[in-house]
Ligand binder design. Structure first.
Ligand code: GRF
Length: 215
């Protein structure tokens, strides 16, 4: 399955996906890394890996629809079949979702539906939860609200800051995003309303939609 990875910044999840795709047995490959930010550090990392990159600057497009149309055109030019949002800081609308129906994933650094939107780590610390984590979900028009593919829980420790919590969660992001892409590429995800059923190969937990971090 050909992947387009959309980033706006650091690109560590893009790198985790690229590492997974480097394994010949992994059922997907990245055909383009696209950013709305020309100097996103992740773009340089992608180029260093020899990946194709594209920049579509939202500020140069008059409307969200026009921006999105251009994003879709560039993705199609790279034969993209599924899209992974990885720290992509623009809301996407019906254009991209219609172009890749059921094939747009996002990763969010909280256990959704808790703490959607910006500053998820600060929200978790402020609320005082004992566990937070990360969620890979299908993208719908509502922000951070689509059907959940995989989640990983991470303890919040005494004295955590947004930085320390984020680092602990990021390790799990880098594990469950490639795993989710594998499931999608293998055609093992059945979306039934809000619930995602995982077919075969999940041991004795058919239909599991979440998992704990490996110790
Ligand atoms: C990650 O925490 C991801 O969950 C969120 O944005 C951050 C992107 O980090 N959506 P990176 O650019 O992948 O390093």
């Amino acid at each position: 399955m050909n992947l387009g990875v959309l980033i706006s910044g650091r690109g560590s999840n893009m790198e985790a996906l690229a590492d997974a795709c480097a394994d010949p047995s992994f059922p997907a490959e990245i055909t383009v890394v696209l950013s709305n930010v020309a100097d996103a550090p992740g773009l340089s990392l992608a180029r260093e890996r020899g990946l194709s990159t594209e920049v579509v600057d939202h500020a140069r497009h008059g409307s969200r629809d026009a921006f999105e149309e251009e994003v879709v055109a560039r993705l199609r030019a790279h034969d993209v079949e599924a899209v992974c949002l990885a720290g992509f800081m623009r809301l996407l609308g019906p254009g991209l979702l219609a172009a890749f129906p059921g094939r747009v994933l996002n990763i969010h650094p909280s256990l959704l539906p808790c703490f959607p939107g910006l500053h998820a780590h600060e929200q978790a610390l402020e609320y005082g939860v004992r566990f937070s984590g990360c969620t890979v979900h299908f993208v719908t028009e509502e922000m951070d609200a689509g059907p959940i593919v995989l989640q990983a829980a991470v303890p919040v420790e005494q004295g955590d800051t947004a930085e320390t919590l984020s680092a602990r969660i990021l390790e799990q992001e880098h594990r469950i995003y490639p795993e989710s892409v594998r499931l999608l590429a293998e055609g093992r995800l059945d979306v039934r309303g809000r619930r995602v059923e995982i077919r075969d190969g999940r041991g004795d937990r058919p239909g599991a939609s979440s998992e704990q971090p490996t110790p």
